[in-house]
Design a protein around this ligand. Structure first.
Ligand SMILES: [Zn+2]
Length: 488
């Protein structure tokens, strides 16, 4: 590990689901003055591509590690844990959480995601920077794993509630950790009613202000999740309102240093989305669509009789053949059935050292290595109907307008040992209903491989950013490490 000559402090602000169109409107119309100030002074990328699935646990893990799901090992929002023979639910909705047990879902989301499910082989950005002796900090973000031990907070009315909700174990996080009133490395006077939607951005702004006033970090991951919740409910068109809330939090932090100019003398800033959102007009109940199969139910009385486990993940889904030895035989049949389901756009599965994509536009097989190169410089071979993924080949370069970074994102999802045997991506406008019977029809959602929810904002201010044809959220962790001269 090496460290260069004292670089500026860095704030990585993740605005959940920050849609480029909503962002551009909010900055243009004056409802987001802090973001507009950063936009004026920084490099703006309007098409930074998410992970696949383009959902928060998977994308947050990519942002925090610089890896795809094949390596960070968080496959989806809801997945089947083969080792424990059960569903893992990270909070698709409150009804879904209730279906799997509220305490169990909370334990999986707050503790197990970081301490058990996320790869132990590779480091998070916090762990890299902690190991280099830098002062790390974070507000409520799904991935927080670092080298500093934090006991649950005590003494406030929220900490008593947290204790009642069984948040009793210590965690390893950044040096300064402020997580939903459950963990507070200092008394800041900032509260979030245990991370209640609508209060989380204001909490992050309050903590950000405190940390700047007291000079407590070199690297801060400032998490601003409320835009996603708002946009799920009212649709991506409504985002300028919730972007204005996120902007207030950023403005509060920057004002603690005297405003944008003085703040940027000492700090660099990256603002980014993890994915964006797509307006939803219909939903698909996969459990009903697969009624010819014996599904594993959330509280199954005879789990040994189940053939498949079905895991909706908003605009993506994963289906698992429960018994290891039947996977190879059943997956092709399952894929055939899923191709027929209304609203399904892509069906993907593993073949022998290749990925197989089935769509109504045709079938495509692809593999790593070969004659073709994608816009990020990775090589591939493809065989079959290129229109399955909207691929165009020109001068040896393979790219897709409709499915950005399609081959690498799909490959990483298929290669993740915890992924389902068959992966689905929904058509624009369609969502898969979760296990609580909940969907976002009339609002917005995300999760697919399609550009409509895969491309988000990346804005870099004071970070030595090189130009790339296609930025991806997995580029951010290496950019942060490079900024500090820390080798990954
Ligand atoms: Zn979301």
């Amino acid at each position: 590990m090496t460290r260069g000559s004292s670089p500026r402090k860095l704030v990585l602000a993740v605005i959940d689901a920050l849609d480029p169109r909503g962002f551009e409107r909010a900055t243009r119309e004056g409802s987001a003055p802090a973001l507009a100030a950063l936009m004026e002074r920084g490099d703006y990328v309007s098409d930074c591509v998410s992970s696949f699935p383009s959902i928060t646990p998977v994308a947050a893990s990519s942002i925090a590690t610089g890896l795809g799901p094949a390596e960070h090992l968080i496959p989806s929002l809801n997945w089947y844990h083969r080792g424990e023979e059960r569903y893992v639910e990270y909070g698709s909705s409150f009804p879904a959480t209730r279906t799997f047990g509220i305490f169990r879902s909370l334990q999986d989301t707050v503790y197990n995601m970081n301490l058990a499910h996320l790869t132990q082989e590779r480091k998070t950005v916090f762990e890299h920077l902690d190991d280099a002796g830098l002062r790390t900090a974070g507000t409520t973000y799904l991935i927080y794993r670092g080298r500093h031990r934090h006991e649950p907070s005590t003494g406030s009315r929220y900490s008593r509630l947290a204790e009642a909700a069984q948040f009793r174990h210590a965690v390893w996080g950044p040096r300064e950790l402020f997580y939903a009133d459950i963990f507070d490395s200092r008394r800041t006077g900032c509260f979030s009613t245990l991370g209640m939607p609508g209060q989380r951005d204001a909490h992050a702004g309050c903590v950000g202000e405190y940390l700047v006033e007291n000079d407590l970090f070199d690297f801060l991951l400032l998490s601003l999740p409320d835009n996603d919740t708002y946009s799920h409910r009212l649709g991506p068109e409504a985002q300028p309102t919730s972007i204005a809330e996120a902007d207030r939090a950023l403005g509060r932090m920057m004002d603690a240093a005297g405003g944008a100019d003085t703040f940027l003398e000492e700090h660099s800033v990256i603002v980014m989305a993890d994915h964006s959102q797509n307006a939803i007009d219909s939903s698909v109940n996969l459990a009903l669509a697969l009624d010819g199969w014996r599904l594993l139910l959330p509280a199954d009385l005879a789990p040994e009789e189940a053939d498949i486990a079905v895991c909706p993940g908003a605009r993506s889904a994963q289906v698992y053949v429960v018994e290891e030895e039947r996977r190879e035989g059943l997956a092709p049949r399952l894929a055939e059935d899923l191709c027929e389901v209304e609203g399904v756009d892509l069906v993907a599965r593993r073949g022998h050292e290749e990925g197989i994509v089935q769509t109504r536009r045709g079938e495509l097989r692809f593999a790593r290595g070969g004659e073709l190169v994608d816009p990020r410089g990775e090589s591939w071979s493809v065989d079959g109907d290129l229109q399955a993924l909207g691929l165009e080949v020109e001068d040896g370069i393979v790219r897709s307008q409709d499915y950005p970074d399609a081959l690498a994102r799909l490959w990483s999802a298929l290669d993740c040992p915890r992924s389902g045997d068959v992966l689905l991506s929904a058509k624009p406008g369609v969502e898969f209903m979760d296990w609580g019977g909940h969907d976002h029809v009339g609002g917005g959602s995300h999760g697919s491989l399609h550009r409509c929810d895969s491309l988000g904002v990346l804005l870099m201010c004071g970070v030595g950013s090189r130009s790339r044809e296609q930025w991806a959220i997995r580029d951010v962790a290496p950019t942060v490490l490079e900024h500090f001269g820390v080798t990954g």
